[in-house]
Design a protein around this ligand. Sequence first.
Ligand SMILES: *[C@@H]1O[C@H](CO)[C@@H](O)[C@H](O)[C@H]1NC(C)=O
Length: 339
Amino acid sequence: MLSVEIIIITIISLSFRLCLCCSNDNDGCGDVQRFAHPSKHEDGSVRFLVVGDWGRGGAYNQSQVAFQMGKAADKLGIDFVVSTGDNFYDDGLTSVHDAALQHSFTNIYTAKSLQTQWYTVLGNHDYRGDAVAQLSPFLREIDNRWLCLRSFIVHSELVELFFVDTTPFVQEYFTEPEGHTYDWRGINPPKSYISNLLKDLEQALTLSTAKWKIVVGHHAISSIGHHGDTKELRKQLLPLLQANDVDFYMNGHDHCLEHISDTESPIQFLTSGAGSKAWRGDIKETKKRGVNFFYDGQGFMSVKLTQTDADIEFHDVNGKILHRFTSSIFFHVKVRASW
Ligand SMILES: *[C@@H]1O[C@H](CO)[C@@H](O)[C@H](O)[C@H]1NC(C)=O
């Protein structure tokens, strides 16, 4: 009896100390920047759109997807937008003064409903330009919706979104750059950059008490599209997500829309990389288990989270809902316990 009490007291005091370390001393919880984004809904639900692989000056139906995003955002009443990276084609921004920010972002996502915070990660194409420019606070003076960082956390009521910089994980960008130059400033040496990132992420995931945990990156962990799975992420990132009750991993990179269930955990892999040029008919794997939905045209994803449910919908370039599913938190808790 006594020992049980001691254990409980130890656990309480331990978690108390961890909490203190988070609020007082940011170093104790890694260098990941955190943002609080309150929901605008009275019921505390959190609603957002997810789009990826988009910036082409409106071409390849980027403007049409943007138009449908505006309509869906208005209907849903979104709190923010998530971009899964490859924000500017072909080679990111040239500098903070690159007019692509206006031509491919400000002048494209013009709907009133989209005039909200955008949370953005970098894709591999962004690294082929001035990657540091996309992270600059100067861009917020040009368009205050813009927020792009390497890795960061957004806490919104019942959800925490963990944004992860996945490009430095992919070894072939270092070993076979194929004529491209990547802006690795701030990444070298990549090995310690990645191990620090994973350490910070693990700590943040472990401490998270959010009802829903979502991890966002550019590259896919599971995909049947052109690039398929990213083997480095399967090896290094996936075990962390499985061990920490992550509900969804959201990515772009493959220019399609996908919903794939993990075969080893309740994690759902959601690809939203169809913001402009889509690769029709380009399927890498046809026998993968867990594939619920694949669409190789253009579109985006919408998410509504409540205390009990996550409603996810995939929309095409004409505004049609192609795939919809609801994930219940009770299901996840139950599955987690028995997995
Ligand atoms: C734009 O979308 C329409 C409707 O899905 C499609 O037929 C057309 O091929 C697309 N255009 C481009 C350039 O992707």
